[in-house]
Ligand binder design. Structure first.
Ligand SMILES: Cc1cc2nc3c(=O)[nH]c(=O)nc-3n(C[C@H](O)[C@H](O)[C@H](O)COP(=O)(O)O)c2cc1C
Length: 156
């Protein structure tokens, strides 16, 4: 049970055995009519469901664009991805990264952040430069164009 130092046997092994985590990162455009109240409802649902399914992450929203990182057991994340694709409150969903790795959670809790268009623009511009997928490029360019016209509108 314990070694000569009083440390439980197998403790080192357990520490090394990190759980397998699946992560999915995407961005999307909010559908017309999705206001702060609707975003609050999305966050409330996410908080309730994700906790029950071992999913954590962060949802970022700004200038009509969503950006979300979710991580958890592969089967649960895959189910949520399918649910997200059916949700009419957003469209132009662009998958930015997904894979399964043995590691600690990047976001051990569930979080929501509101950001400025400029911050989202940087992330999307970066994604555009690193993707070869034609559909992703088209959608990302559409989202960037929307962000640009949005900031022009707010100027005046
Ligand atoms: C941008 C966006 C992010 C969402 N994120 C989550 C999420 O992290 N977890 C979740 O359960 N639902 C999320 N949803 C809501 C789901 O699409 C779906 O409406 C919900 O899971 C249904 O849950 P319910 O059957 O408990 O109402 C999100 C929706 C949108 C538009």
């Amino acid at each position: 049970m314990f070694d000569e130092y009083g440390i439980p046997r197998g403790a080192e092994f357990d520490e090394a055995a990190l759980p397998k985590l699946y992560h999915f990162v995407y961005c999307s455009r909010a559908a017309g009519g999705v206001d702060d109240a609707e975003v609050a409802r999305i966050v409330e649902t996410a908080q309730r469901n994700n906790l029950a399914h071992g999913i954590t992450g962060v949802l970022v929203f700004g200038s009509g664009v969503f950006f979300q990182w979710i991580e958890g057991p592969a089967a649960e994340i895959r189910k949520l991805i399918a649910t997200l694709h059916r949700d009419k409150r957003h469209y132009d969903i662009v998958s930015l990264s997904q894979s399964e790795e043995e590691r600690e959670r990047l976001y051990p809790n569930w979080d929501m952040e509101k950001v400025e268009a400029g911050d989202i623009r940087l992330v999307l511009q970066d994604a555009l430069e690193s993707t070869d997928d034609k559909n992703n490029r088209v959608a990302l360019k559409r989202i960037l164009k929307h962000l640009d016209s949005d900031s022009l509108n707010s100027l005046g």
